[in-house]
Design a protein around this ligand. Sequence first.
Ligand SMILES: *[C@@H]1O[C@H](CO)[C@@H](O)[C@H](O)[C@H]1NC(C)=O
Ligand SMILES: *[C@@H]1O[C@H](CO)[C@@H](O)[C@H](O)[C@H]1NC(C)=O
Ligand SMILES: *[C@@H]1O[C@H](CO)[C@@H](O)[C@H](O)[C@H]1NC(C)=O
Length: 982
Amino acid sequence: MFMHIYRVFISLLLLLVLLEVTVEQATHSPLQRICTTTLYDPKLPNIPPLAKEDGDVINDLLECSGEIISPSCSIGSNSVTCDCYLENQTRCRVVHIDFSNRQLQGMIPPEIGNLQYLEKLYLNGNNLHGYIPASFTNLDNLVELSLCDNSLEGPIPPFLGRMTSLKRIYLCKNFFDQPIPRELSLLPSLEYLDLSYNFLSGKIPAELGHIKSLIGLYLVDNQLSDVLPEQLGNLVNLEELYLQSNEFFGPLPLSFKSLNKLRYFNVRGNNLSESIPDIFEQWQDLRIMNLMGNNFSAPLHGQFSKLKNLTELHISHLVGGSSSFPDLSGTKLLEVLTLRNCSIADRIPVEIWNLPDLRYLDLSFNSLFGAIPEAVNNSLKYIFLKKNNLNETIPAWMNSPSYVDVSENLFRNVGISPGQTLNPDLNLFECCSNGKDEVAKRDLVDFDCKDGTQFNDRLYINCGGESVLVDGRVYEADVNPRGESTFFKSNGSNWGYSSMGNFLWASRNRYTVNDGQIHVGEAQLYSSARLSPISLKYYGFCLKSGVYDVKLHFAEIANIGSHSEAGRLFDVDIQGENVLRNFSIEKDAEGVDKAKTKEFAVPVDNNGRLEIHLYWSGKGSVLYPSVYYGPLISAITVTPARDSNVSTGVLAGISVFALLLLTTLFIGFTWSFKDIWRGDLELVELYPGGLYDYRKIKAATKSFDIANRIGEGGFGTVYKGTLSNGTAVAVKKLSRTKEGMWEFAEKSRAIAGMKHSNIVTLIGCCVGNNQLLLIYEYIGTNTLEDALFGSNDELRARLDWPTRYRICLGLAEGLAFLHEGSKQEIIHGDIKPANILLDDDLNPKIYDFGFARLYHKQRPEGTMSYTAPEVKDRPLEASADVYSFGVVTLIIVSGMKIKNPRPGGETEYLVDEAQKKDQRGNLMDLVDRNLMSYDWTEAEMILRLAIQCIDSPSIRPTMSKIVKILKKEPSIRTISIKPEGV
Ligand SMILES: *[C@@H]1O[C@H](CO)[C@@H](O)[C@H](O)[C@H]1NC(C)=O
Ligand SMILES: *[C@@H]1O[C@H](CO)[C@@H](O)[C@H](O)[C@H]1NC(C)=O
Ligand SMILES: *[C@@H]1O[C@H](CO)[C@@H](O)[C@H](O)[C@H]1NC(C)=O
């Protein structure tokens, strides 16, 4: 897109040559020094003065005060062009400003509207913040506006639609949000509109289809959704259409057929569906088409064959059906071709191998079979055929110095003679059905386990880094820098990785990174990582059969400084089952350089092999902030699911009762040592009733099947289960509770069976061998967090004012019950939207209570967390829950998260914001603007209440008092109201 800006520079230069006179660096007066290029008539005795208002604006922009420009705010050459012909040569006026990439700070001065002759304004690549000033509407002559790469915010101003001379608008890489204003369609001669890399939402206004002059439309990496409007098909002059990495759904409109001037068409990484229509016939100029990472359905057919000028075609992840190889007989200029995971069950046509310019071919993850020709004529450098059914010979030419991945196929033999040196970038891992092939076997012996050689029961890999010792475990080094088409086997043959891909938009490839900045806990694991643009499979070899805890360690260390919402997205399959989809480390860990682990229970069968597949399905950002997209992983920890050693340190701290149980358990444990590997160990049931023994729970959750996993809570994974009598339950499996397990068990006895309509009842518990299962009534999987911030728009839409009020009240009643309503005071200690479930009628149910003291590992960070600041150095008291209730209330009323990104990379904390607004007397600004309507009195009362709750502990009301206020018991209400503006 910046090419256009350069083009403009060039035309500008030409223009200057054609004019009668140009004077560079005129030096007559201080004001004159602003103009680095001045257009005037040399016959005049003096150069006319620069209009004062123009000088002032330039000074403001550069943050230079006064009329004289000090050296510190000097103006570079070719930055400001002044035209002295405009006002009868009485004054000079500024017509072009180019202050790009100069680290300008501050806001755009509203006086900029005085530059009435301004035609071109480039302020891209600075640190400008704030809004686009409304005075822009006075810039009647503005043709080109570039504000890309700043920290500007707010909606895209609709008044731009009144600036009718605008031809080129570049607003990319800012913090603009909200829908695209339809007023932009009023611009009669708009040619380029670039709104990429912002936070825009809503749909593309159909009215944009009126802008017949449009040549380039760029909306990359926003959160735009809905179907693509048919009206865009009217943009018959469109040459570039970039819609990638948004949330568009529905089919490609048939009206796009008329876009016959298109040269670049990119819809990668949306949710577009249905089959790819036959609309490309007239797109004779099309160069690049990217349809990757959508939900288009198979099959492909001949719709691409007419694209004579096509040089790049990318398609991936077609759903359903199976396809023959698409007809590409007309696309003779192809240089790059991706048809990955497209369900193609066919032979590879010979023509593909003889496309003279083809240098990149990715046909991986299909069902291709048949032969590859012995002799070919092309320029191929990358050939990815991983995971197909190709079943003849690997030809000798594939050993030439390029990157070839033929792994996971059914080739019968390798046509490379056994004496020849093998190209290290030829991945032959499991290429061949004939395991005896000499060449295929040469480098890859030992990973295939025979009976009796399965002796490993754990695996620690420090992905992308050197060997490190963490928690007494030696994480093995994984520093091989290769990954284009690489199979690597560790020295001990106990693990390996298979990596494939080329970073298409990077100048060089990079498969390991080691510049992480994490300084907490297991920091060493997170300072390095391995990444791969397409597919990265880690294998554990020769593991004993049984169930393992597989812990994947992630931290985003390669994608720093992003404005864009999409970021790195990838998928993870373990043993062929999908466990993470569209996973964003940054989002999950709530920031870059932050550690996040994901744990899974994974069965390994008799072949002793564990396969962890991380892959890129085509979603997310690929260019900005980093060209190193695709999966990234920091470390892998694999341990037997039921760890057997009980440390002696724990024994000291447990009660006699627990000791007894432990003894029983230990005996049981030694007796049934062998059973561990069959996963049948009988565990001791703690909660009386005889209903919930381990076997039953295991059966109810289908052996803790990944498919039944419904969430991760504090300290454990939650599974849905159905007891044999049909009762649905949620089972929380606490997996890392060696130390606190018995305390947990005792605590759970205390809270089991407690009933209130706003708490989730714990109905059972069983414990043993470092496993604790808590069995709760099943409420569903919607949390308040999901409802407010999840992707389910329908659910969010149900959160109208009365519902939000009801949720606050229910939450208060539940907490009041925990604090005061039962025999003992129970402090939750971790009230947050993710711990509040919503039933089908959106009644709140508090979850995960009763274990506060045991869970209490979180470090309160004052206004940055839900936990009261005083908890850091005091025992937990009920008033801490009141604080958290206050924070959650603020979230419910405002619809804002606890942390919100601000321009310039800063974070705004809701609690601070609320307190500030309260002091300034505009507390009501907090009310969620997305609410269609709300009750002013209720909102004000509840916000005041929330402010009291987040005050110091002595000021906070009790939960029962809060309930009374929310129920509007008259004698109470008045007490809580503070005068405004204190
Ligand atoms: C410029 O000069 C022309 C003729 O000399 C006159 O008609 C016009 O009003 C002048 N414009 C300004 C802005 O002074
Ligand atoms: C596309 O191909 C046609 C001929 O097939 C040619 O006339 C035209 O110039 C090409 N367009 C571009 C942009 O190269
Ligand atoms: C390769 O696989 C195809 C499809 O399964 C089959 O028809 C063909 O006979 C196989 N060829 C060889 C040489 O095994």
